[in-house]
Design a protein around this ligand. Structure first.
Ligand code: NDP
Length: 472
């Protein structure tokens, strides 16, 4: 039973019927062709922008209720980025939709060839709880830019944001083409069983596997925006004060509950103490959360997981370490040299805990990262172009930043997505449009010429001529 069912008393079969009805409606609208026009796409994008502008107060209130965030942080994380992304797509979508003529080889002549963008149909978007609007409206921008209908399943772990999306989206977007279905994991599997045309899932790697399995019977293509342990490699030639401030910021921003925060730091041994000193100073300057209490964690399940890392660690606690279950808060915590085998170094942290491990060389840092699953992001701090290049070319990660963190997500000119166990597929800007469009190969031929030699029986002379024609 889903959370919605618990509230309404609906049974599983009622839910299945409702979902089937929603999907049937979206399919019908898609088949009508109305979502294909540039005008429709632009109106939806403008609707998203207007909603974020006009309902900012309600949005930040819902995020405060779900996540305990302050208003400005919510605006930065879940309003500003999405609005910029929608405006970027709105200004360019007409151009993106244009067919792309291709030059053809001589043996195809006379002919014309082009790539034609076609909407996929109905796209399912499954959101995570940590940035509830960004991970639902971001993929929605890609979906409507590409002329698709969409059904959104927000995370049930942020009920106020989920309810708000369900209420606001039909007001601002075409309600027959974009639907919100609320519920938990069973609702998601129910939606997957409808055999939709594409799924964009944001969440952890384990559930990502289940999404892919649920999509497989229908061969529904998947975009998986997953997580992982994103390292920050710090070399002793870096500006350590700036590096520390930037790293520490990702552990308090949204309480460190970000898929692209630095999960842990690998620092050259000679710079370790100075870096930790600056990180601690930065955390004190940020004064995140109420005095002595730390930053707010989304729920008890996540709190217990994070508090468990602190209870189990054998590392030296350089800063923080405290937690308050009643208030669901954890102090931003710096752990020095935890064992690579303890839980905090085996699992994605997704919270305000920062392990710092000393390494003797860049080689050791690169080998450490490469011995683990490919992360969503890799960060390197150095003044040396050569060192930066080495990390970029020798570490495989979804994205990478030299001398900063997380800003790769807010550049729609760059693709956003994972590699290996941090995900597959990408979106943002034109990358999202491409991801949720079918790129159809089109070839247009004339009836003439129609050479006899192209058909059987193939005489020696014909074979010789054809071989010559197709020479590379
Ligand atoms: P989870 O992967 O833990 O997903 C939790 C959701 O999955 C719940 O709604 C749960 O429902 C549902 N679920 C459980 N079992 C199934 C199933 N068999 N089929 C379908 N759904 C199921 O992720 P979170 O929402 O907790 O998000 C945190 C993760 O998201 C982190 O790993 C983070 O890195 C990643 N993330 C990635 C981003 C990116 O852009 N790459 C951005 C933001 C977050 P139920 O409650 O019923 O169990």
């Amino acid at each position: 039973m889903t959370t919605d069912q618990a509230e309404t008393g609906a049974t599983d079969s009622d839910t299945t019927n409702v979902i089937a009805g929603v999907v049937a409606r979206l399919r019908k609208v898609h088949a009508s062709g109305r979502t294909r026009t540039a005008q429709w796409r632009i109106e939806q994008l403008r609707g998203i922008e207007r909603m974020l502008y006009e309902r900012e107060d309600e949005i930040t209130r819902a995020l405060a209720e779900d996540l305990g965030r302050d208003t400005f942080e919510s605006w930065m994380i879940d309003v500003l980025d999405v609005r910029l992304e929608a405006a970027y797509a709105r200004r360019r979508v007409r151009r993106w939709m244009l067919s792309r003529p291709r030059r053809l080889p001589l043996h195809q002549m006379p002919a014309l060839g082009w790539v034609q963008y076609e909407p996929l149909g109905v796209v399912l978007i499954i959101g995570a709880w940590n940035v509830p609007l960004t991970v639902t409206l971001g993929p929605l921008i890609a979906a409507v830019s590409a002329g698709n209908c969409a059904v959104i399943k927000p995370s049930e772990l942020v009920p106020a944001s989920s309810r708000l999306l369900a209420r606001l989206l039909p007001e601002y977007l075409d309600p027959d083409a974009v639907a919100v279905v609320e519920g938990d994991g069973r609702t998601t599997q129910n939606l997957l069983a409808q055999g939709l045309d594409h799924v964009v899932f944001t969440g952890g790697t384990e559930i990502g596997r289940k999404i892919m399995a649920g999509a497989a019977p229908h061969l529904t293509p998947v975009t998986l925006e997953l997580g992982g342990k994103s390292p920050a490699i710090v070399m002793r030639d870096a500006n350590l004060a700036v590096t520390a401030r930037r790293i520490a910021w990702t552990k308090v921003f949204n309480s460190g509950q970000s898929c692209i925060a630095a999960d842990y730091v690998l620092v050259e041994r000679a710079a370790r103490d100075e870096l930790v000193h600056h990180i601690v100073r930065s955390l004190e300057e940020f004064r995140a959360g109420p005095p002595g209490r730390g930053v707010r964690i989304v729920n008890e399940h996540q709190f217990d997981r994070l508090a468990g890392y602190l209870a189990d660690t054998e590392a030296t606690v350089a800063h923080g370490g405290g937690s308050d279950r009643a208030a669901l808060t954890i102090e931003p915590t710096v752990l020095m040299d935890p064992s690579p085998d303890e839980p905090v170094m085996r699992e994605e942290i997704f919270g305000p805990i920062l392990p710092v491990l000393a390494v003797d060389s860049l080689d050791e840092a690169i080998a450490f990262v490469n011995a683990r699953p490919k992360p969503l992001a890799a960060y390197v701090f150095t003044k040396s172009t050569r060192t930066g290049r080495r990390v970029l070319s020798e570490v495989s990660s979804g994205g990478a930043v030299v001398n900063h963190l997380t800003y790769q997500r807010v550049a729609p000119q760059l693709p956003f997505g994972g590699v290996g166990s941090s995900g597959m597929g990408r979106y943002h800007g034109k990358w999202g449009f491409d991801e949720l469009s079918h790129r159809k190969a089109v070839l247009v031929k004339l009836f003439k010429p129609d050479l006899r030699i192209a058909y059987p029986p193939y005489t020696d002379r014909a074979a010789k001529l054809i071989r010559r024609l197709y020479r590379p």
